[in-house]
Structures are given as C-alpha cells and as structure tokens.
Write a protein that binds this ligand. Structure first.
Ligand code: BGC
Length: 402
C-alpha cells in the first residue's frame, strides 16, 4: 500500500485513453493517412489494430471496474462518427453511447473527450482547424453526439490545444509544407513556437463547443485539457522561461477562466537557462520518451494552473510515465500523487486524478513507449494488468475523507 493520505470525498481516481491510440483501424482519420504515407519521421510504425479496443471496450471497462477505479476517460473518434462530410454514422454514435452506458452500468464516471488529436480525413483535406468553417463543422459533430452525451457529466472539448498547435510545425499535421503563418521561435527552447492561426482557431472552437454543449446539457461540466510544461528557470533564464510559459501554456490556461473545469496533463519538467533548455539528467535515467524522470512535475503543473485559472476546478486528466519497469511506474505515480496532495493541502482545488494510460497505447508513431497500467498481447489482444494497476486500484479503493 502507499503512504499517501486520504483524498477528499468525491475525488475521482481512474485512468485515461484516446480513441486512435487504443481502438485500431481508424481508417477515416487524418492520422491513418499520415501513417500510411510513411512521410513523417516521427512515425516508425503504423497504429494498425492497436489494442483493438474498438471491439474489446467491454473487457477494458470490466478491468476499470475490477481494479476499483472511479472514472475512465476516453475519446469519441470524430472520424468514425462522421467518416464523410455530413454523413453521420448513427451506428458509430450508438457505439460510443454504449461505452458511456457501459461505464455507468459498472459504476464508472465517464470523462469524455470529443477531439483527441485526430480529425476525419475530409476535415483535414478541407483545411483542418484553420478552414473558415472549422468551428461550424465541429459544432455539427457535437450536435450529432448530443443525445449520447446526455448522461455525461465531464466533457473535454479539445485535448491539449497547445500540443496540437505545435504539431502543425512538427510536420504530419499539414500536407502543405512549411507554415507561412508560424509565429517566431523562441531561441533555444526545446519546442518550436505554435502556429498562431491554429491557436486562434482552437480557442474559437473550444468556446463555441462549450456554449453548444451547455445549450444541449446545461448540467455538463465542460472544459479542455492543457499539457503542462512545468517550466522553471535557472539564474539568467527567467525572461526566456516566462516567454516560453506564455507561448506554450499560459495563454491556453487563461482561456479556461470562466470554464467549468480545466484538465491538467503533466509528465515532466523543463528547466530554462539564458540560452534555452538546461538538462543534466543522465541518459540512463530518462523515460522511454526521452523525458526527464520528474514525478514532482504534477505538483508544479496544478500550482501553475491555479495561478492562472484561479478558482476554476482542476481535474488531472493525464499523468504517467513511459517505462518498461513497472516498479518505476509505481514510484513515479506515488511521487506525483504525494505532490498533488501537497498542492491540495495548500488549497489548490483538484477534483480527481486520471492516470495516462489505462492500456499501453500507440504513442503517435510507435508502440515502444509503454505508458500503460495494463499490457496486452499483440496477437491475442489479451489484457494483463501490471502491478501498477493494482497499486493505483488500492489507492482508489482507500476511503475518502468527508
Ligand atoms: C497526449 C497523449 C499522449 C501522452 C504521452 C499527451 O500529450 O494527450 O495522447 O499519449 O501525452 O505522450
């Protein structure tokens, strides 16, 4: 068992996934086409069948319930719900409705993401998020989902707009070459600057989607999720760190002021010096994504969010580690949860913790970085919970305080 204190009453503990990363055969999506084209250096293998959760979602939900988790975050795949423009697949919408009902029947709180990085290929071909009718198209997808979303309390409009806006610069998001509207880069920071027009489009889409969801379901708790960078500065790096924070995190967090909640996602930290990123963690301590092993990142992430969003409730919608060493996953998660409790003891309003990821997933180009609490056999798709799944299940089963 862990040495953690008790979480407050109503605090949710569970795990997250995203459709493209676990379902398999997401053939109408932009990402499937990108993987097939083999043109992106970031894609070393295609997603293929993934964990076949398209068919095996009842097994996944059974495991969530058996482990003792309160909540499960998953995404609805727009490319399945609307595989061709204006052609809603009622069967696929009902499929996702069954997953929502399946959560509720097992006593699991569904946390539903409407857009997690992938879009239908027709949407991308028509200009993607910067097309003039992008928001209108997103709203019409939401209208099609409205009946199945009726019992859902927690709804995420867009996953990590800050990473999505960077992806337009990494290649693979757009097929038309270098981006003429790219903002200037900050010298020396570990990421390029996001694409300005995409940022504006995503902000517009988020607010419009939030209003539309409230029109359909006034009681829904709606927000988006932001990837925290847990930025700090060494002497001389303060100005650069502040500009970096604003570019890749602050402006997205500010858009959440007035939302029902903000989803915070955290994995590692970024330390900035006068010339840019500073790293001294030895190679052999890095995680399978090459990130620094830094469990305290989550504590900083929620404190940074609180500083910008004020009283808007926080839900940790992703936190985890890519590792083949499951003991390390337990140590990382225990450290992250201890930091979360320190922040909560100081008054940061956190409503739940969803670990990334329930299953080993397709990590946007490769299956090698394994984030899952549950592994699966690539031939039979049989699931095997790792010790970390049981460990987090024990945390979830520990009674909450009043
Ligand atoms: C994304 C996930 C991804 C995870 C680990 C987040 O950026 O929402 O889709 O798998 O981080 O890289």
């Amino acid at each position: 068992m862990s040495d953690l204190g008790a979480f407050p009453s109503g605090f949710l503990i569970g795990a997250s996934t995203a459709a493209h990363q676990i379902e398999g055969n997401n053939t109408a999506s932009d990402r499937w086409a990108l993987e097939a084209a083999g043109a992106s250096p970031m894609v070393t293998e295609p997603s293929g069948d993934a964990a076949d959760s398209l068919h095996r979602w009842p097994d996944d939900l059974d495991l969530v319930a058996e482990l003792g988790f309160d909540a499960y975050r998953f995404s609805i795949e727009w490319a399945r719900a609307e595989p061709a423009r204006d052609q809603i697949s009622r069967a696929m919408v009902q499929h996702y409705g069954r997953i929502i009902d399946g959560c509720r029947a097992r006593g699991i709180q569904p946390v539903v993401t409407l857009h997690h990085f992938t879009v239908p290929r027709w949407f991308q071909r028509g200009g993607g998020w910067t097309a003039p009718d992008a928001t209108e198209r997103f709203l019409s997808y939401i209208d099609a989902l409205a009946p199945i979303l009726e019992p859902v309390r927690w709804i995420i409009t867009i996953n990590e707009p800050n990473i999505l806006a960077l992806m337009t610069r990494f290649g693979g998001r757009r097929s038309d070459g270098p981006d003429p509207d790219a903002e200037f880069d900050l010298p020396g920071v570990p990421m390029p600057a996001p694409h300005g027009a995409t940022v504006a489009a995503l902000i517009e889409a988020h607010h419009a989607a939030t209003d539309r969801l409230h029109d359909h379901h006034p009681d829904a708790v709606v927000g988006w999720t932001v990837a925290s960078q847990s930025i700090s500065a060494v002497p001389g790096g303060e100005d650069l760190a502040e500009r970096f924070f604003e570019q890749v995190e602050g402006r997205y967090l500010r858009e959440s002021v007035g939302d029902d909640f903000i989803g915070v996602q955290s994995y590692t930290r970024n330390v900035i010096g006068p010339e840019g990123a500073v790293r001294d963690d030895p190679d052999d301590t890095r995680t399978l994504t090459g990130w620094e092993y830094w469990p305290d990142a989550l504590e900083q992430a929620v404190r940074d969010a609180r500083r910008i969003v004020g009283d808007v409730p926080i839900l940790v919608t992703e936190n985890g580690i890519a590792t083949a060493d499951d003991e390390r996953r337990i140590a990382y998660t225990a450290g992250a949860l201890a930091g979360l409790q320190r922040a909560m003891a100081d008054g940061v309003d956190v409503r739940g913790y969803l670990h990334w990821s329930l299953l080993d997933t397709y990590e946007w180009g490769s299956y090698r970085p394994t984030f899952g609490l549950i592994g699966w056999d690539p031939l039979t798709f049989d699931r095997t919970p790792k010790p970390s799944a049981h460990w987090l299940g024990d945390v979830a089963r520990t009674p909450r305080t009043g």
